[in-house]
Design a binder for this molecule. Structure first.
Ligand code: ADP
Length: 864
């Protein structure tokens, strides 16, 4: 401190203490007695602090007020002794006046405190604060302009304390609308979606929440939309670590999410599309040769799941392997792989597969990878082939086929059509108007009926007169016109025309009519009845000859009417036979009598052949009736003659026989045995003659239906036994062997049945001259008794077997003529057996022998 005199303006220093000397770098001698300002002049470089004036002012205040006066923290630089330089100093100084007993200020004590260091610290502090302030400002503006939305929500009410425009924009609000308000109150649409809980959780637990791509409904620009956000809720901590709110940092990723979704959708669509068209996908690494394939790819090659490349190769058709490897050789050159080949599945089915791919190269231009697809286009190929066939068909059709545009120009016409209408060039096809192709008189029909009908109902068909383009000839066609609609929208797009030239048909029809006429003339002129029936046997046609014979009009013969022409006794039988043959589709054969218009009765032999359609179904009969009255009469005459002749022969033969027997006995009596033997031989010949006459008589009786039967009950086996005994006597060469089953009683004509057995055994003897046994067997089965006669003779050839039972039929051959006979025995036998209700048949092998059998029913006799 200094003790300073009040002698303004010098202010002489009266005293000084050591501390002052030290702090001001001075000595007592320099200071005491010197004026304050002389000792401490102002620093000429310091133009601001006005330290001298301020100090004087403080001195004066202290003197005037008699109170201590303090100047705090002011600059007063101290001269560096021995130099002109100054040292910067800051001081806080109090000037304390000291008064005498009168109360006047006599001197004052100037006590400065060096605050230079303190001041410097303060200045640094201020500079620091300033920087901090700047920082804060910077931070705030960063915050406000940050490209992410940031906000601080305070307290449990989440009052918005701070929010930046990007977040407001995201929220669709303004900073003003948000500040100081509960965030959920402002953004009411996001309430109740779990955001409150999220944010509560962060505030209460201090654990941040990070959400990515979460959807949130936001009401902005006048409408509610879903936005996607990436956001973070961080706890907002006070200095003491307590949590007073939540910091929200949010960015909108709606665009990104939508784009991602669109990509995913596009990917899904592409995948679906690939699947839908059945495309298989492969990725071939050309360096390693490895190939990754889709399931669909495997399926196309007939595998359930993908397999290594080498296995796929085994499935190719061997003939297509060359094409495949060529395509692979070309691929690195062209950048594209393309080939079509057949693939054979394990079930041996063939499939057409199209392989396509794009080649990828490394920077050196080496092909390293092929990416592509496989498609099974078997169906398309087939469809194309079908289409090709159709096109060929249309092009080669003999009928005109054409397609017309709706304006009537010809878009296509096949060759047949060009020829029919006389087109010479394609130019004519597209340019000649329809009116020139039609007969003038049908143009009205074309416009008023055909076209409107086609457009309305889809088609028109009918006869139409066309005109040849160059010859001008008018000719008839049958025309089909149809509307062709777009398969997609159903709108008409064209007209299809099919036309058939009717001239050949008309010519053919005329030819047919002519030939029909001719046939009619022939059939009506023929002396034969002709007839046709349908598949039910109803008569559909009879010819003029039949109508002329019967005098019954055509219509009355149709269906079953023809039967009325037949004599009543023959009618039922004829009808039955027809029904039987019809049902069994047999050749119809019948003989019957018909009544002619002139009252005469005529014999007819009718036959009919079953007819079949192209598909094999039965269509009915075509047949003829021939008048055989003449033959019948002749036959009758012959029968009558035979009847009379045999009858007339019988009486003399009987008496001759009687005489020979008498003669034989007389000669034997006389002992003329040689003569007697001759007579006996004569008798045997007479027996044969009698039997021949008997056969002839029987035949006439059979033919005229006069064969008599005397049915009685008899034991079958004993009849056979008796007969064999007699027959054995007629032959020495043959042994007749009996093989009998148990016997049975038969009801029938014993004589006639005996006649049959005799005939069969006699034939067996006769036709086996070189054999020595004949087996006669009987059997009892199914209410029938059967007798068979087996010989080992010449036999009968198979083709003649059926005929041996016919009248007068004799097998002709190199041996047969050596055997005498009339060919009547078997005929008579079969008639007898038939009349007794039985059956007769033969089995034979030529050269080996025959076996003739008949079977008779065991009739139950009422013993009462
Ligand atoms: P025929 O008087 O000629 O013997 P049949 O009616 O008894 O007349 O026989 C008809 C024909 O059948 C004979 O002419 C003969 O050719 C043939 N026939 C009949 N029986 C036999 C048989 N057992 N073996 C070979 N042929 C036979």
């Amino acid at each position: 401190m200094l003790v300073v005199d009040t002698d303004a303006p010098v202010y002489t220093i009266l005293d000084v203490n050591d501390a002052y000397l030290f702090s001001t770098n001075t000595t007592r001698e320099t200071l005491v007695g010197s004026g304050v300002f002389a000792a401490f002049p102002a620093n000429p470089t310091d133009e601001e602090s006005k330290n001298v004036e301020r100090t004087i002012f403080s001195f004066e205040q202290a003197i005037k007020t008699k109170q201590p006066h303090t100047m705090s923290n002011y600059r007063y630089d101290i001269p560096v002794r021995g130099t002109n330089a100054f040292e910067e100093r800051y001081w806080t100084t109090t000037n304390t006046p000291v008064t005498d007993e009168k109360g006047d200020v006599t001197y004052f004590i100037h006590s400065p405190l060096n605050v230079t260091e303190l001041n410097k610290t303060r200045q640094r502090e201020i500079a620091g604060l300033e920087a901090l302030k700047n920082n804060r400002q910077q931070l705030y503006s960063t915050f406000m302009q940050a490209p992410v939305g940031i906000a601080i929500f305070k307290g449990s009410e989440y009052i918005t304390e701070l929010i930046n425009p990007p977040l407001c924009e995201l929220y669709g609000t303004t900073v003003e609308e948000m500040l100081g308000k509960n965030v959920f109150e402002v953004l009411s649409s996001s309430r109740g979606l779990g955001f409150e809980e999220l944010i509560d959780n962060v505030r209460l637990t201090g654990v941040p929440f990070i959400g990515e791509g979460l959807p949130a409904p936001i009401f902005r620009k006048g409408k509610l939309e879903t936005v996607y956000l990436n956001f973070v809720y961080e706890p907002f901590r006070e200095d003491d670590g307590s949590i007073s709110g939540v910091i929200a940092v949010a960015t909108e990723v709606t665009e990104y999410i939508n784009a991602k979704k669109r990509i995913e959708e596009a990917e899904e669509r592409a995948r679906l599309a690939v699947d839908a068209i059945g495309l298989g996908i492969y990725d071939l690494d050309l360096i390693s040769g490895e190939m990754i394939t889709s399931k669909q790819f495997a399926n196309i090659f007939g595998f359930v799941d993908p397999v290594p490349r080498s296995e796929y190769v085994t499935r190719f058709h061997p003939e297509d392997l060359e094409r495949r490897s060529q395509a692979h050789d070309n691929a690195p050159v062209t950048g594209k792989l393309f080939y079509e080949a057949r693939v054979i599945w394990p079930d041996r089915s063939g499939h057409w597969v199209r392989i396509e791919g794009k080649v990828y190269y490394n920077p050196d231009g080496k092909a390293i990878r092929i990416l592509g697809t496989a498609l099974d286009f078997t169906e398309q190929k087939k469809a194309k082939e079908e289409q090709q066939k159709l096109i060929t068909l249309v092009a080669n059709s003999v009928d005109l086929m054409a397609v017309l545009d709706l304006n009537g120009t010809n878009a296509y016409i096949n060759n047949a059509g060009k020829n029919l209408l006389g087109y010479n060039s394609d130019q004519e096809v597209s340019q000649v108007p329809l009116t020139e192709l039609h007969a003038p008189e049908v143009l009205a029909l074309l416009h008023n009926e055909v076209l409107p009908t086609v457009m309305k109902q889809g088609k028109w068909s009918g006869k139409m007169m066309m005109r040849h383009l160059h010859r001008g000839e008018i000719f008839p066609v049958y025309k089909n016109t149809l509307r062709i609609d777009d398969p997609v929208d159903g709108k008409p797009i064209a007209l299809g025309v099919v036309m058939r030239d009717m001239r050949p048909d008309l010519i053919a029809k005329q030819a047919l009519a002519d030939s029909e006429e001719l046939l009619r003339n022939i059939t009506s002129a023929a002396p034969t009845g002709l007839w046709m029936s349908d598949s039910n046997g109803a008569i559909t046609y009879v010819n003029q000859a039949w109508i002329d014979w019967t005098g019954i009009p055509y219509g009355e013969h149709i269906c079953g009417g023809w039967l009325n022409s037949i004599v009543e006794e023959d009618r039922e039988q004829t009808a039955q036979k027809f029904i039987y043959d019809l049902t069994n589709r047999l050749l119809y054969e019948a003989e019957f009598r018909i009544n002619h218009i002139d009252g005469t009765t005529h014999w007819c032999t009718a036959n009919g052949k079953p007819q079949y359609r192209a598909d094999g179904s039965f269509s009915g009969y075509i047949g003829a009736c021939v008048d055989i009255t003449e033959q019948k009469n002749l036959q009758q005459q012959k029968d009558d003659f035979i009847g009379i002749a045999s009858h007339e022969l019988k009486t003399p033969v009987t008496s001759i026989k009687a005489y020979t027997q008498v003669l034989e006995r007389m000669l034997l009596k006389k002992g003329e045995s040689r003569e007697a033997d001759m007579i006996r031989k004569m008798d045997m010949q007479l027996n044969r003659l009698t039997s021949l006459i008997g056969d002839l008589l029987d035949v006439t009786k059979i033919n005229s239906g006069r064969l008599q039967f005397n049915d009685q009950e008899f034991d079958f086996n004993s009849l056979v036994k008796d007969l064999i005994e007699d027959l054995q006597r007629t032959t020495h060469k043959h042994k007749l062997i009996e093989e009998f089953a148990e016997t049975a009683l038969i009801f029938g004509d014993k004589e006639r049945i005996g006649q049959v057995i005799t005939n069969l055994v006699t034939n067996a003897i006769k036709y086996s001259p070189n054999a020595n046994t004949i087996i006669i067997s009987t059997a009892l089965k199914n209410n029938e008794i059967t007798l068979c006669v087996q010989d080992f003779g010449i036999g009968i050839s198979k083709d003649k077997l059926d005929r041996v039972f016919e009248q007068f039929y004799r097998v002709s051959g190199d041996k047969q003529h050596t055997f005498p006979g009339l060919g009547l025995g078997l005929y008579i036998s079969s008639e007898i057996i038939k009349r007794e209700g039985g059956r007769i048949w033969v089995n034979s092998n030529e050269g080996e022998g025959s076996i003739f059998c008949f079977a008779l029913p065991l009739r139950l006799i009422d013993t009462n």
